[in-house]
Design a protein around this ligand. Structure first.
Ligand SMILES: Cc1ncc(COP(=O)(O)O)c(C=O)c1O
Length: 422
């Protein structure tokens, strides 16, 4: 029998890039274990999904109980877990969001949010933000500009999509204020030269860019966008697939910034790893969506919904601790930045922190990330990168990680950076 790596590559389409060849067989809390029994601190969290760590007891119990009762209903019946999951989410959602649609993946929910915006506004245009990531399906990849590679070979993409800059102060060598002013001026030009605001159904934006490089948007910029949306009757869709469920210090980043979304898109941590995503909106918007004009066979799966309600319940004692853990992590990263020339920038919100690795001339250093990740693997830790150049460490530990494990992770990365610089 061939080993698993060989069997895997023989039969699994290579298009999905796996970040390592480590074969894991078990995960609990902040740790995963490979087939040889080696343990890894998991700071990837399945790409910001397992906010409560792997297999939290309460979520396991809720999913198992539901498995023993009913695990699929499709569009045939109504069932309690979907209602309970929605009630839990609406309870913590930004003000004004009082109805939910459940889908399966982030991309699917993004596409649903755009269909909703078009349906209720009667307009076609969608404005997206350079560096944004919204998923890989045809519509979602149209809205994704975090890397040209994601779109390469798939054109033509959907028409009536307009891309404007998202403030990237560090990348542009500007202050946040100047980057905001530049980005807003470009939006004004978009309206003047390419599409009138009256033709635009929605802004689709991540309140903190994830895949594109861990750039928080800043409150003044989002406030300005909200005001422009209100002025022109444009809907503000916040894609909180990666930023949601406590990751940035409050339940959602729109609450961190106190900026109201008209439509909010959720996924990833919504059920701590069981497949589920959601679109939230006000009844005024949702009730205009004609029955039967959108749907999905598996959307709102009962087991995923039971896991989601338990996840939200468990997160209630964790989310209030995130800012304190975040302060500690930022303090430690800023100390490391003072010591290491290869750390160009440390930025983020809550426990969604980007550490940008640069060469002596300040340009992106993807080799640094590769070396640091490989050092971390050796000693038993797993991390991911982000940004178009793959040079930014995505620092996304579980939100309930112990202080010891958090410090251990930062120590490992600090040692890895020292080794790389040597
Ligand atoms: C902000 C954002 N939106 C949408 C998606 C797509 O989610 P999925 O991979 O579940 O389709 C992602 C995935 O990384 C994301 O980060």
């Amino acid at each position: 029998m061939k080993d698993l790596q060989a069997r895997f590559h023989d039969i699994i389409a290579p298009v999905i890039a796996f970040d390592s060849e480590i074969e894991i067989i078990d995960g609990k809390g902040s740790w995963v274990t490979d087939r040889d029994g080696k343990q890894y601190l998991d700071f990837a969290c399945g790409i910001a999904v397992t906010n409560l760590g792997h297999r939290p007891d309460a979520v396991v119990a809720a999913a198992q109980a539901q498995l023993n009762k009913l695990w699929h209903a499709g569009g045939a019946f109504i069932y309690e877990p979907i209602v309970t999951a929605a009630e839990h989410i609406i309870d913590i959602a930004p003000d004004g969001i009082d109805k939910m649609l459940f889908m399966n993946s982030g991309a699917e929910a993004v596409e649903a949010s755009v269909k909703l915006a078009r349906k209720v506004s009667g307009r076609q245009g969608i404005i997206t933000f350079r560096g944004g990531f919204h998923g890989r399906t045809m519509g979602a990849v149209t809205y994704t500009t975090s890397k040209a590679k994601y779109r390469q070979g798939y054109h033509p993409l959907l028409p009536s999509t307009f891309v404007v800059p998202y403030p990237h102060p560090y990348g542009w060598g500007m202050s946040q204020e100047d980057a905001n002013a530049y980005a807003l001026r470009e939006l004004e030009f978009k309206f003047r030269y390419e599409v009138t605001p009256g033709e635009v159904a929605a802004f689709l934006i991540e309140p903190m860019q994830g895949e594109g490089g861990y750039y928080p948007a800043s409150k003044p910029y989002l406030d300005a966008l909200r005001a422009i949306a209100d002025e022109h009757g444009i809907l503000l869709i916040m894609d909180e697939v990666q930023t949601g469920f406590g990751r940035t210090g409050d339940w959602f980043t729109s609450q961190v910034y106190d900026v109201r979304p008209d439509i909010i898109v959720m996924g990833k941590a919504i059920a701590n790893g069981l497949p589920l995503s959601g679109v939230g909106g006000s009844s005024a918007i949702m009730d205009k969506w004609m029955p039967g004009s959108h749907g999905a066979t598996f959307g709102g799966n009962p087991v995923s919904c039971a896991a989601s309600a338990a996840t939200v319940q468990e997160l209630k004692s964790v989310v209030p601790t995130v800012n304190e853990t975040s302060r500690h992590a930022f303090e430690r990263w800023n100390d490391l930045k003072a010591k290491h020339a290869s750390i160009g920038d440390v930025r983020g919100l809550g426990l969604m922190i980007g550490i940008e690795l640069v060469k002596a001339d300040g340009s992106p250093d993807p080799d640094a990330f590769a070396a640091i990740a490989s050092y971390a693997h050796e000693v038993g830790m797993f991390i991911l990168n982000c940004g178009p150049d793959g040079n930014i460490i995505r620092f996304i530990p579980p939100l309930n990680i112990s202080r010891d494990d958090l410090d251990r992770g930062i120590d490992i990365l600090g040692d890895a950076i020292t080794a790389y610089e040597a």
